[in-house]
Ligand binder design. Sequence first.
Ligand code: ZN
Length: 219
Amino acid sequence: MKLAEDLYFFPWTRPTVNNCNAAYIGGAMPTLVDPGHSQLYGHVEMGLAGDGLGAPQLVILTHCHPDHLEAAVQLQRAGARLAMHPAEIAYLDGEGRMLASALGMRFPELTYDVLLEEGELKLGEESLQVIHTPGHSPGHVCLYWPRHKALIAGDLVFAQGVGRVDFPGGSGEQLKASIKRVAALDIELLLPGHGPLIKGAENVKKNFEFIEQVYFGMI
Ligand SMILES: [Zn+2]
């Protein structure tokens, strides 16, 4: 689904199966953010083909949970480079891996080509901002694209919701601080990692107000 020039969104809409939304940034460095589960990646492939888009050259992971990361394995095999925050890579090598094995899951062995640090990220001619937003996981990041006033939010905030903080490495205090940071941005399009996107600065603002009122006392 095309949202703006070079900005696409592939929402996951089957409520009975958990998977994440994917976002795609076109242009000279085609980039996919959060490909989702391996066995469900077909929905992104269909979306890319439907919009006439090629395979991504770079895959950015907002965080390491399998419902965001898993399909990165096949994309890397197909030649894409992978990017994740250093704190998330360290987490995945330690606590995250223990969590996965406790849940009977095996995390794929991945190598990361780009360390996604806080600050400017150049994708071809485009300039985005990487914002380190811990809380849901230690090295979680959001991506802000000033050109479209778009925030790719991962599992930090959703429409009327926030990311879980009860996994190992999660922190309610960090999540609140991270939400406050991104709420200060000028956002017209908020693309969350799950659920519907939020369009329009007024709706985005109302959503942050709702989250602060309803969730901040609980987390
Ligand atoms: Zn997650």
